[in-house]
Ligand binder design. Structure first.
Ligand code: ADP
Length: 195
């Protein structure tokens, strides 16, 4: 089973992916987490990637597709929740080709819809909470970088909404309510898509 979670930064993709892991036994693939691991590893690639992320821009399709390809071709999981991938039309095409190559299909794309104004408050709030609790704060969770991340989302990722709608795979969910309600809606979509 393969599910894509699509939505702007701060829409709750990571939180909802965790719920789907708990409730449906799916495996989460977060390109953001994979890239942060690359940064932490201190390799040349990791350093280059960190600079791009800290500017709030997108890492190249080549790097991200390479990371995903490695997971898809070496994992024995029966499917994934893609969290933060694809983020460009080229990545979406590459994912389609990879799934075909590995004999898998895309079961559903779920768009989490949230107004930009709420996203800024959520992310700045998340950073403040982490700081107050003495936890690490993501280098890109500040108001300035966030504006660039939102811009990248609208320019490069939002076109995927139409792309998947045309394929008849799109489900849109209002993601401004409470976490449990949204998780319930996502569960229902996953059940229907895989019934
Ligand atoms: P968010 O959705 O809150 O922005 P992520 O952890 O998904 O958080 O992504 C953080 C950053 O990692 C992005 O701003 C971008 O620089 C990089 N990134 C993550 N996924 C991709 C991707 N699929 N393509 C290009 N860059 C990506």
């Amino acid at each position: 089973m393969n599910i894509i979670l699509l939505g702007p930064p701060g829409a709750g993709k990571g939180t909802q992916a965790e719920r789907l892991v708990e409730n449906h036994g799916l495996v989460q693939l977060s390109t953001g987490d994979m890239l942060r691991q690359a940064k932490a590893s201190g390799t040349e690639m990791g350093k280059r990637v960190a600079e791009v992320m800290e500017r709030g821009e997108l890492v190249t399709d080549e790097i991200v597709v390479g990371l995903i390809e490695e997971k898809l071709t070496t994992s024995d999981a029966k499917g994934f929740i893609f969290d933060g991938f694809p983020r460009t039309l080229a990545q979406a095409d590459a994912l389609g080709a990879l799934l075909e190559k590995t004999g898998q299909r895309l079961d559903a794309v779920i768009e989490l819809k949230v107004d930009d104004k709420i996203l800024v408050d959520r992310i700045v709030g998340r950073a403040e909470q982490a700081r107050a609790a003495g936890q690490p704060v993501r280098a890109d969770d500040n108001a300035e970088t966030l504006n660039q991340r939102l811009e990248a989302y609208h320019a490069q990722t939002a076109p995927l909404i139409d792309y998947y709608a045309q394929k008849g795979a799109l489900n849109s969910v209002d993601a401004m309510g409470d976490i449990d309600t949204i998780a319930g809606e996502l569960s229902a979509i996953v059940k229907t898509a895989t019934a």
